[in-house]
Design a protein around this ligand. Structure first.
Ligand code: NAP
Length: 280
């Protein structure tokens, strides 16, 4: 078991682990087993969402492990169909009922849905939910800099975290730079690019064999050195452990550069550009 995952302090003071577990498609009893195994193997940050329909599964896994609730960072996300203020408040409460938790550590707006243009109302609901103690820290997902600027301008509060698609084929250099300059923590979703055309990539396999590590470990180390919190998903206890064993080696500047060169303008997994893509 990995005993020490480095921690990162967010702009509102909450401390979170530098790597977490993605839980998309982990549902029901099998999902509970996967998440319990991850916690037993050292994961302390769990990512979920109302739309994954697995907040109950996450809550059940948390109750099944011996790890104290206060030692875990649990995330959920508000879906696009509930951005209106009253609906957003109810949805955060429903998220808590589903998980049977008293609070979430992190609650994010899942997508900005700019054509609907209701995300500022949703943000106001998250601000109030934090004030009421329902969530400890509030953030966004898939927000572009212009969306975050608007939140701050209209409410005076900026997100602690923005969770975005980020992997070697889509490295988000500009958005990451903007996050850094504005003290918003980057989280990487699909950090392993869902292992599509990744594990046999020549550049990645060459770097991996130089360090006696797997390609997944090289990619997750790359996220860590970029300063982003990756949330890889794995249902396998062996791969869950593998994905945490990234704090005992370092990629050189040259290796970081070689990985950066894998990025492509069309590198998104499913062409989900937050400027136009909407999810409800
Ligand atoms: N905010 C958003 O809009 C958004 C969008 C997408 C995803 N997410 C979040 O991000 C999380 C991660 O993204 P993702 O699930 O799309 O993809 P991912 O973590 O990039 O890849 C998951 C896939 O990689 C495999 N895998 C994991 N570790 C491996 C290893 N060491 N060696 C070989 N294969 C490995 C897994 O299979 P096994 O299970 O068999 O190991 C699974 O098929 C999600 O679960 C979700 O929580 C957020």
């Amino acid at each position: 078991m990995i005993r020490s995952i480095p921690e990162i302090t967010l702009n509102d003071g909450l401390t979170i682990p530098a790597i977490g577990l993605g839980t998309y498609k982990m549902n029901g009893n099998v999902g509970v087993q996967s998440i319990t195994s991850a916690i037993d193997n050292g994961y302390r940050l769990l990512d979920s969402a109302y739309n994954y329909e697995n907040e109950g599964t996450v809550g059940e896994a948390v109750r099944k492990t011996g790890v104290q609730r206060q030692d875990l960072i649990i995330t959920s996300k508000l879906p696009g169909r509930y951005h209106q203020y009253d609906l957003a408040v109810q949805t955060i409460q429903e998220s808590l009922y589903r998980a049977n938790l008293d609070y979430y550590d992190l609650y994010l707006i899942h997508w900005p849905n700019p054509k609907q243009d209701v995300y500022v109302e949703a943000w106001q609901a998250l601000i109030d939910a934090k004030r009421w103690g329902l969530v400890r820290s509030i953030g966004t997902s898939n927000f572009l800099p212009e969306h975050i600027e608007r939140l701050e301008k209209e409410t005076g509060v900026k997100p602690s975290v923005n969770q975005i698609e980020l992997h070697p084929f889509f490295n988000q250099e500009e958005q990451r730079k903007w996050h850094e300059e504005n003290d918003v923590q980057t989280q990487s979703w699909s950090p392993l690019a869902r292992v599509n055309n990744v594990l046999d990539n020549d550049i990645l396999t060459a770097i991996a064999s130089r360090h006696n590590k797997s390609v997944s470990q090289v990619i997750l180390r790359w996220h860590y050195q970029l300063g982003s919190v990756a949330i890889p998903r794995s249902t396998s206890p062996v791969r869950q452990r593998e994905n945490l064993a990234i704090f005992d080696f370092e990629l050189s500047q040259e290796e970081m550069k070689r990985i950066a060169e894998l990025t492509r303008p069309d590198g998104r997994q499913k062409d989900q550009d937050p400027a136009v893509y909407e999810e409800f």
